[in-house]
Design a protein around this ligand. Structure first.
Ligand SMILES: Cc1ncc(COP(=O)(O)O)c(C=O)c1O
Length: 443
């Protein structure tokens, strides 16, 4: 061991590699000089200082407040604390083989550990967080999640940067969105910062699962479910907040061509006053049938429309953007407004802010409709359309099947398409090629 390796370096090294070290210790692959074994074993138990010292370094404060803040209701009770986190590591026989980076489809493989935090109102609120081996949940068949879809989730990613360090992208926004969704679902709100810290600890324990390639990442799925075992349609006095991790491949493959979309106004995914702007599981199940229909029609995804004028809302599980030439002959980008019909995407917010910073064309959050898109396409004024979200980053649109017609969108035929520049900038930030306050390094 290098002589410059100080005690705190040693503790950090142990902390980051504790999982591999346990395996190696158990398999006698590490031989320690006398007394050393004891030190390592003590270090593996991790004292409170180590836990409190996890360094979640944001290069600068978060760029902008997300337009979603709320106070915890008084009856939520105690919040959980990161400093109370306990860790139970998987035994060697519980470890899973890591898949090839080339073989990753979405959400097929899971890492060795999970994070869980129970909530029981009768016990005073949130309980202590724990990291455990990945295992099945044991729930009562009457749990509200099974009957009334009292469930919500988030989708985030950990990226292995070109410098080997792991980064998150604007995680505080996922926490804000998750908390407003919890509030709308009658589920308890929680301390988002404490959850980020606990998830970082989980990611560090399973850090070898963060793919060592820019074409893949580790998908993070925080989930909150109502588990009270009573059949009344009422708020759940018991809940479970858990996080699982899944290595995923790239959605977008350069040169693969753009998306072909199925736009049928007889289907809608959201309505005013509903929960289209919240990430509840019940928004997704009913879309499966329509997605199947899209595939049957030879399309990749559904373009979700709303209302008699067929306004565009979202593409599959992405926000939608359109670049066109306006009546003044200038380039302008539009994306639907946050009026309750669409999910307030973190990628969407980032794209709006980047475009405003670039200042090369106007970007507006404004409603636009299919008949208008059809007209713009006919006049040659439709330039680009793309979907945006954590899973795919940005995904170009090439065709829209609408009312028996096929509308061609020349997204990839542009000289240097804006979607491509946005993709490069966002992935540049996520993979540490561009130093930016939106990237949070986990150490
Ligand atoms: C319906 C829907 N719209 C948009 C998005 C994109 O949101 P984000 O950019 O935060 O991933 C998602 C993905 O979470 C989604 O499920």
């Amino acid at each position: 061991m290098n002589r410059m390796f100080t005690k705190s370096h040693f503790a950090r090294h142990i902390f980051q590699h504790q999982h591999k070290l346990i395996q190696q210790l158990l398999q006698n692959q590490i031989r320690l000089c006398s007394g050393g074994s004891q030190q390592v074993k003590q270090a593996l138990r991790l004292d409170e200082d180590d836990i409190n010292n996890i360094n979640i370094r944001t290069v600068a404060p978060p760029a902008t407040p997300f337009p979603m803040t709320l106070e915890h209701a008084a009856d939520v009770g105690e919040q959980f604390k990161y400093s109370d986190l306990s860790v139970r590591l998987a035994a060697p026989h519980q470890l899973h083989p890591k898949p090839d980076a080339d073989d990753l489809s979405f959400g097929k493989y899971f890492t060795d550990h999970m994070l869980r935090i129970a909530y029981h109102r009768r016990l005073g609120g949130w309980q202590k967080p724990e990291i455990t081996p990945m295992e099945n949940l044991n729930l009562h068949p009457a749990a509200k999640v099974f009957h009334y879809a009292v469930e919500l989730f988030e989708g985030m990613k950990a990226y292995r940067g070109v410098d080997g360090r792991i980064r998150l992208f604007r995680p505080e926004m996922n926490m804000a969105r998750m908390n407003v969704t919890a509030h709308r679902s009658g589920l308890p709100t929680f301390d988002g910062e404490a959850l980020i810290k606990a998830m970082c600890r989980l990611i560090l324990i399973d850090s070898e699962w963060v793919p060592h390639t820019e074409s893949s990442s580790l998908y993070i799925r925080p989930t909150l479910i109502g588990i009270e075992p009573t059949l009344g349609v009422a708020s759940s006095d018991s809940a479970l907040l858990y996080t699982i991790l899944s290595p995923v491949g790239a959605y977008f493959k350069p040169g693969a061509g753009g998306l072909k979309l199925y736009a049928d106004p007889k289907y809608t995914r959201s309505w005013h006053g509903g929960v289209g702007d919240r990430k509840v599981g019940s928004n997704y199940g009913p879309t499966i049938h329509v997605q199947k229909e899209a595939l049957k029609q030879g399309c990749h995804q559904v373009l979700w429309l709303y209302g008699d004028d067929h306004e565009l809302t979202e593409v599959g599980v992405m926000n939608v953007f359109m670049l066109y030439i306006n009546d003044n002959g200038e380039k302008e980008m539009l994306t639907p407004p946050l009026d309750g019909l669409i999910l307030p995407g973190i990628t969407r917010d980032s794209i709006i802010r980047l475009c405003r910073e670039w200042g090369e064309f106007t970007i507006k959050e404004q409603k636009f409709t299919m008949p208008w898109i059809r007209q713009l396409a006919k006049k040659g004024r439709l330039l680009e359309m793309f979907g945006a979200g954590t899973a795919a980053v940005v995904s170009p649109i090439e065709r829209i099947a609408y009312e028996g017609e096929e509308i061609y969108v020349p997204t990839d035929a542009q000289d240097s398409p804006v979607y491509r520049r946005l993709y490069d900038t966002l992935t540049g930030i996520q993979y540490g090629k561009i130093d930016h306050p939106w990237a949070t390094v986990i150490d």
